[in-house]
Write a protein that binds this ligand. Structure first.
Ligand SMILES: Nc1ncnc2c1ncn2[C@@H]1O[C@H](COP(=O)(O)OP(=O)(O)O)[C@@H](O)[C@H]1O
Ligand SMILES: [Mg+2]
Length: 329
């Protein structure tokens, strides 16, 4: 029935036609079928347009083409229309992002280590000679450099991030730390507002990685607000929303992600055509941007079995991270 509906051809007629007669002329699907036959191994292809004069334009599908081993020569083709496949598509995007970040990771790690040890040494010297408030700042430099070093070490073995150590954490400690880093640096001119639910249960996570997630989000928020704005505001919010359940792609399981941590800014917002590519690596609208911030955020969020969502309009942009409770894992 779904196929009748998709192709706008009755089952009766569909079953009498050859595949080449119902898909667009020269469609990549035909080549895929040949390849699958030749290799006797399944192949997936994403974002193929199967629109024809009969069934309309822009019918973009994800294709899974697989040999039926029990019936040699027969092939099963599954079409999943993009709208239905959207959540899944996002997940695939994140995997792609993770892969390209991996190669870059080891290169960066190598280049970054030397200047870091210089910075660390200098900060330590400073820490010994300055006093009071300044000493706290010097310590902050040293601690943050140590954190970068740990991240760099891990980047070198990017694949191992899956096995990164996790411990029960209080999200508010993490958000407070991020706020301290931001307000003593790049977001000095921006007003911060907390809206914390102090009764939230702990989460299971990696402290350094989660700091990186929220620091990246806050940094983007600050950059969107701009250096000259005088009414810039960033809201850090935590909330318990027991209603949020998501299906896990590729299984019928549902997970409960009741903990919501969000970063909201009143900067210029995100153009709607950027939205589908937001978490792709190397996507940046900034002159000096790397476009790696959100790719890494997506990767870390995924490794924490969490989900990140974004909604934006011209005067408000919100990134929400949804996570499970420690006790639910
Ligand atoms: N809070 C935000 N407000 C507006 N645009 C944003 C925000 N966060 C991310 N973006 C957009 O997403 C792009 C990608 O972000 P990111 O991956 O961190 O790379 P970079 O910051 O290096 O550009 C940014 O260039 C920007 O256009
Ligand atoms: Mg960024």
């Amino acid at each position: 029935m779904a196929a009748e509906h998709f192709f706008r051809i009755s089952a009766n007629v569909l079953t009498k036609r050859r595949l080449a007669e119902i898909v667009p002329f020269g469609s990549p699907l035909l080549a895929l079928v040949d390849q699958v036959r030749a290799r006797t191994a399944p192949i997936n292809e994403y974002g193929v347009d199967l629109g024809t004069p009969v069934n309309g334009t822009n019918r973009v599908v994800d294709l899974q083409v697989t040999p039926i081993f029990e019936i040699p020569g027969d092939i099963l083709i599954m079409l999943q229309e993009r709208s239905a496949a959207k959540k899944m598509d996002q997940q695939l995007t994140y995997q792609g992002a993770a892969r390209s970040v991996a190669g870059l990771g080891s290169m960066l790690a190598h280049e970054v280590r030397n200047p870091l040890s210089g910075i660390r040494g200098a900060a330590q010297l400073l820490e010994d000679v300055v006093e009071g408030e300044d000493q706290a700042l010097a310590r902050l430099i040293r601690e943050e450099v140590d954190r970068i070093c740990a991240l760099v070490d891990r980047m070198e073995n990017f694949g191992d991030m899956y096995r990164v150590e996790r411990e029960p954490l209080n999200i508010h400690t993490i958000l407070d730390h991020v706020k301290k880093l931001a307000t003593s640096g790049f977001a000095r001119h921006i007003r911060f507002k907390d809206d914390f639910d102090p009764s939230l249960p702990p989460i299971l996570g990696n402290r350094d990685q989660l700091i990186q997630v929220f620091l990246n989000l806050v940094k983007n928020a600050a950059e969107s607000i701009g250096k000259d704005a005088s009414d810039g505001e960033i809201i850090l919010k935590t909330a318990f929303r027991p209603g949020i359940r998501l299906s896990v792609p590729g299984s019928s399981e549902m997970v409960t992600l009741p903990l919501e941590f969000s970063v909201t800014d009143n900067g210029g917002g995100i153009a709607s055509d950027l939205m589908p590519h937001l978490f792709d690596p190397f996507v940046s609208t900034k002159a000096m941007g790397s476009g790696l911030g959100l790719a890494l955020v997506a990767k870390i969020v995924r490794d924490h079995d969490a989900v990140i969502e974004c909604d934006s309009n011209q005067n408000r942009t919100r990134f929400r991270v949804l996570m499970a409770r420690h006790s639910d894992i």
